[in-house]
Write a protein that binds this ligand. Structure first.
Ligand code: BYC
Ligand code: FE
Ligand code: FE
Length: 472
């Protein structure tokens, strides 16, 4: 297996043995770097950042720590080792050997899934590009950049698949991935949440908590795939994804912790008056980012999802180990719909409900995180509970996209919605308040007023470590 290699593109896919592919990727590389310079983190490109770089897939090999300048980060292509004799383990072709190439009839489906996945990676970097200038500490600044370079590597992972397995179409898609722009009205990114502004650190932490967690579930579903290179790529991406969700969950958790301290110091338990982010405002940002992320699973009823499951292309979360029955046939699943102004439940064939089934696992995982935040509030002796809203609330995709509900899922008229939605979702005034707190703290060991320091640093380093060295 390749250790740190001298090749222009670090990889464990024997790139030098496929000159055509190597040339294609080496042509794309400068375009990627141009995109990074134009759309990657603003400022800080000359700073030395304490980054983790994947240099091989062996245990430990994916976590090589060093101070590097972001443009010098070695974006590489790493697939988990091939398991010989792997078979389809779900869908219509159980027991058949998995594919090492793309079957003709699945070309469009696979291309669409890989492009959709690939598109989210640079989109998130674009969304986060202004955050460095308001980082609450060097520790957080480093974590932001770690997430950013790894999302860049995830783009490389998808571009490798496109260029290796989809010929000219794949090369064109790889270029298009660098041309769409988050939030651009002419050339937006593909999925809704990836066009939303992430204009401050509260949104960044909510994004990495909820939206990166969608990534975990989508990648896990694709990690089951019978298109073996896709499965192997996604398995390796998941090792990096864990850190992104850690940043989100502990980031929000540290704000909750600090807010509780400020509440206890204030005679009226008013964290906002004490220069913090009050819990009701945090609830609004949970409502926003959680529901934007629910949309990323697609409609409750989806023939696309059924086709992908049938083909063995996209499975359920931990399909191989958590389920006994793997055809998804002869079973149904109740999903909610709105008919005649009422919510009704109807049974649909299991395969058509695969988006909703994956969403169930996501919801459960999110709830575990919210429970931990609530534990912090309880232990501070305060009575407030953060809640995930109903999955009917604030949806733009699926059965509830056409209606309005309150956070508990009760249907509302347009009028009621217009009157009350400001209580549930961030208002312009909330944005202004949160942004007003975002004063940069770029000194080692110091932290902004509105957030608690982390329990421990990165890779055994103390919190006060110089995670980002500013040029002198
Ligand atoms: N926005 O049959 P339906 C990550 C479209 S995050 C806009 O219900 P289907 C990351 C859909 O394309 C993980 N459009 O859904 C996180 C379809 O269009 P057509 C990203 C949407 O096909 C943080 C139509 O509506 N990974 O990695 O099952 C930082 C009907 O759709 C949306 C993936 O997405 C939406 N939210 O699609 C960095 C995995 N939802 O066919 C990175 C790959 C649906 O009518 N993608 N539509 O033109 C997929 O598996 C599927 O495409 C979807 C669901 C999960 C998106
Ligand atoms: Fe990613
Ligand atoms: Fe991520």
């Amino acid at each position: 297996m390749s250790q740190i290699s001298d090749e222009r593109i670090p990889n464990n896919v024997d790139l030098s043995g496929d000159k055509r592919l190597q040339r294609a990727l080496e042509q794309w590389q400068p375009h990627f770097l141009d995109w990074w310079k134009q759309m990657g983190p603003e400022g800080f490109q000359g700073d030395d950042v304490y980054l983790r770089t994947a240099v091989s897939v062996e245990p430990g090999g994916w976590a090589h720590f060093d101070h590097v300048k972001m443009p010098d980060y070695r974006w590489g292509i790493f697939l988990e080792p091939k398991q010989e004799g792997r078979l389809h383990h779900f869908g219509d072709s159980i027991g058949q050997p998995v594919w090492d190439e793309v079957p003709g009839e699945l070309r469009n489906m696979l291309r669409r899934l890989i492009v959709t996945q690939g598109d989210t990676e640079p989109a998130s970097v674009e969304q986060q590009r202004h955050l460095g200038s308001t980082a609450p500490s060097l520790y957080d600044l480093r974590n932001l950049f770690q997430v950013n370079v790894e999302e860049g590597r995830h783009l490389w992972a998808m571009v490798y698949l496109l260029q290796r397995y989809f010929g000219r179409d794949g090369r064109e898609e790889a270029e298009e991935l660098l041309k769409r722009r988050s939030g651009d009205s002419d050339r937006p990114r593909i999925l809704g949440a990836f066009n939303e502004p992430t204009s401050h650190w509260l949104s960044f932490f909510m994004f990495t908590m909820f939206t990166d967690r969608d990534g975990k579930y989508q990648l896990s579903a694709l990690a089951e795939s019978a298109f073996d290179p896709l499965a192997r790529t996604c398995r390796f991406m998941l090792t990096e994804e864990a850190h992104h969700m850690f940043v989100g969950e502990t980031g929000v958790g540290r704000i909750v912790e600090r807010t509780c301290e400020l509440m206890k110091q204030d005679p009226n338990e008013d964290a906002r008056a004490a220069g913090g982010i009050d819990l009701p405002t945090m609830q609004k940002y949970i409502n926003l980012w959680y529901t934007l992320s629910l949309d990323l699973f697609g409609g409750e009823i989806s023939s696309n999802a059924a086709d992908a499951f049938a083909a063995g292309v996209k499975g359920r979360y931990k399909e191989a180990t958590r389920y006994q029955e793997h055809t998804g046939l002869g079973a149904t699943r109740a999903v909610e719909e709105v008919q005649g102004g009422k919510v009704v439940s109807s049974d649909v064939p299991l395969r058509n409900a695969m988006n909703e089934i994956l969403r169930d696992d996501f919801v459960e995982d999110c709830q575990r995180g919210v429970d931990r935040w609530n534990k912090t509030i309880r232990e501070a002796g305060l009575s407030f509970e953060l809640k995930l809203p109903s999955r009917r609330f604030h949806r733009q995709i699926g059965a509830f996209a056409a209606v309005k509900t309150d956070p508990s899922g009760t249907l509302l008229s347009e009028d009621e919605w217009n009157r009350r939605s400001g209580d549930w979702l961030p208002s312009e005034a909330d944005e202004v308040h949160v942004k007003s707190l975002m004063q940069p703290v770029h000194e080692p060991g110091k932290i902004a007023h509105w957030i608690a320091p982390p329990r421990r640093g990165i890779n055994g380093q103390p919190f006060a470590f110089e995670y980002v060295r500013r040029p002198g």
